[in-house]
Design a protein around this ligand. Structure first.
Ligand code: AMP
Length: 302
């Protein structure tokens, strides 16, 4: 196993200005693994309840996603309910039901323990730590989180932040994490917490990659149809980590390519509710949009 992710597998109820869906497939690990699966095989560590519809498992099995680490226990699946206004950048969480995640005690299958890349998707930081403990010195560990955990589990989150190489968060969460407004200062402060690389996702404004001595700024793909931003961040992370897992090159120029592939995957995610767009997405389309990105952002030396 090349790439491993711990995170939520969820039933989401989402309202946007363009429509509404109830109890559809969602979750940070689900979006991440589906996007990453276009680049490499990926294993999921998560839990669902007995109520989790079989059709969702069937869909995940159509992708190169390993589900040995997906536990099924008695009880209800994690549920998240949120809505977006016309300003689609920030979700308003209306309800979070942790359900089976409250007692989840992850046990990594032997094959997962030797994963070279690990993604700690948005989930309880104590679970992120537990999964990390069971791995054998992965080459690269990245983490995502959200306001729910920054507020509710700050200490555990700071502990896990000290053990990862890359942090991938959105702008609001990055500001909240270090209580600073200016994003360049935010970047510097977060890098002091341990990670060597920080990516700040800025929704329709693109993404910024910070290292101690460089900044790379990528735009978002200018889309005409944005339906539902849910999962965009995780799909970004899936494209980013999937490319790194496939190429095993963590140099700056490959990191820049990974940021663009992350942006490509996020742009496809938001075109439809839930994971619908990924049901029809082909690798050639990913390559096509990557090239459009290159054309769109290229400019000549003076
Ligand atoms: P994103 O839009 O990429 O930030 O992630 C959206 C996904 O995160 C949704 O599918 C939710 O099911 C999931 N999610 C929301 N809140 C939480 C939480 N507190 N812990 C884990 N996953 C969550």
């Amino acid at each position: 196993m090349n790439l491993l992710a711990v995170g939520s597998v969820a039933l989401d109820s989402v309202k946007t200005p363009f429509g509404e869906v109830s109890e559809v497939l969602g979750g940070s690990a689900t979006y991440f693994a589906t996007a990453a699966s276009y680049f490499t095989r990926v294993g999921i560590v998560a839990v669902v309840g007995a109520d989790f519809p079989k059709e969702h498992v069937t869909f995940l099995k159509t992708r190169p996603i390993d589900l040995e680490g997906l536990a099924v226990t008695d009880g209800r699946t994690f549920r998240w309910r949120g809505e977006y206004g016309y300003q689609l950048n920030e979700a308003r969480t209306l309800e979070t039901q942790l359900n089976v995640f409250q007692q989840f005690n992850p046990q990594l299958p032997p094959d997962y323990r030797t994963a070279e890349l690990v993604f700690l998707a948005n989930i309880d930081p104590d679970l992120q730590l537990e999964v990390l403990k069971q791995t054998r010195s992965p080459e690269l560990v990245a983490l995502d989180t959200m306001n729910f955990w920054i507020d509710g589990k700050r200490e555990a989150l700071l502990k896990v932040l000290g053990k990862v190489n890359i942090v991938i968060v959105n702008d609001g969460e990055a500001r909240q994490l270090v209580q600073e407004v200016n994003l360049v200062k935010v970047g510097r402060e977060i890098l002091k917490l341990g990670p060597k690389i920080l990516i700040i996702k800025r929704g329709e404004y693109g993404a910024l990659l910070f290292t101690r001595d460089a900044i790379f700024s990528a735009p978002a793909y200018p889309l005409e149809t944005v339906f539902d931003p849910t999962g965009a961040g995780d799909s970004f992370a899936g494209g980013f980590m999937g490319h790194l897992a496939r190429t095993k090159d963590f140099g700056m120029s490959n990191l820049r390519q990974a940021v663009i592939l992350g942006s490509v995957m996020a742009s496809y995610c938001v075109e439809a509710f839930s994971l619908e767009r990924f049901r029809t997405l082909h690798s050639e389309e990913i390559l096509g949009r990557y090239r459009e990105f290159k054309r769109m952002t290229h400019f000549e030396e003076l």
